[in-house]
Design a protein around this ligand. Structure first.
Ligand code: BTN
Length: 271
């Protein structure tokens, strides 16, 4: 049975939506799947093939094995946005030394796009690149470099848009939210996606030329600054007051033993 077009726009994509993405955004090729294990996995596979036009968007209506940072899973349900961008980094302003910046810049771009859509909500960034709405996680970002292709980068983004979290595992239920929950209304998925892609293009273009501005914007939205946090890193666990993000993108903590800089890790708020 054919679905009502309005309902379809809240949980999926029509041919017209895919055409719109191709014609209105910086994306050159769209690879759309109703159901996929992980858009990042497919984008990483495509990174090894020459025939694709980049930036390539891998878009899935539902993901069955979405991955998060480290060994985490990314849980999602119908009505969420799950996509990955395969970017060309060779001959661009994105050499490997700037890849940590790509991840934080992507977080900023999602944050700014959501600010435009959720006008009355508090939107924050939780280092390194989670986006929070009303102090709950609404979006996660996973940047990965293909192992055998040094000139490309995969930028995977999951956003809880119209999906209910009712069926989510308990740990996610405690911490997450969806745009529809925050706004009390549902959103056209293609509208949200186009806004996010536009902001991504704008902000990624700033890397290397307007880094100061990117950092300022990021810092203004930092959820952790001046809060008591715990960080888990490969070197163990530490606790302290977050003193912000330094120019290299490291999280700075004031601990009992003095200042601590962390370039990677998972942060938990303690207050
Ligand atoms: C995190 O918060 O740990 C990052 C989550 C990233 C999830 C997105 S959903 C689209 C893309 N495909 C994946 O398998 N993961 C990313």
């Amino acid at each position: 049975m054919k679905q009502d077009p309005l309902e379809e726009s809240l949980t999926g994509f029509s041919e017209a939506d895919l055409d719109r993405i191709r014609s209105e955004t910086f994306v050159q090729q769209v690879e759309f799947h109703r159901d996929l294990a992980s858009t990042n996995d497919l984008a990483l596979e495509y990174a090894l093939q020459e025939e694709h036009q980049l930036p390539l968007l891998v878009l899935a209506e539902t993901q069955s094995a979405g991955r998060g940072r480290r060994t985490n899973r990314w849980w999602s349900a119908s009505g969420a946005l799950t996509f990955s961008l395969l970017l060309e980094t060779e001959n661009s302003q994105l050499p490997p030394a700037r890849w940590p910046q790509v991840s934080m810049t992507a977080g900023l771009a999602v944050c700014e796009a959501l600010e435009g859509l959720l006008a009355d909500a508090e939107i924050h960034l939780k280092w390194p690149n989670d986006v929070f709405a009303q102090r709950r996680k609404v979006s996660g970002i996973l940047v990965e470099a293909p192992r055998l292709q040094s000139g490309r980068l995969v930028l995977g983004i999951g956003i809880n848009v119209n999906n209910t979290l009712a069926a989510a595992p308990d740990d996610i239920l405690q911490l997450a939210t969806a745009m529809c929950e925050v706004a009390g209304k549902r959103f056209s998925l293609v509208e949200v996606l186009v806004d996010v892609l536009d902001k991504l293009m704008e902000r990624l273009n700033w890397i290397g030329s307007r880094d100061h501005e990117l950092r300022d914007r990021w810092r203004r939205r930092c959820l952790l600054t001046d809060r008591r946090v715990q960080i888990d890193t490969v070197n163990g666990q530490s606790e302290g007051i977050c003193r912000g993000i330094d120019d290299e993108g490291a999280l700075v903590l004031q601990t009992e033993n003095g200042p601590l800089r962390c370039l990677a890790g998972t942060v938990t708020l303690l207050d």
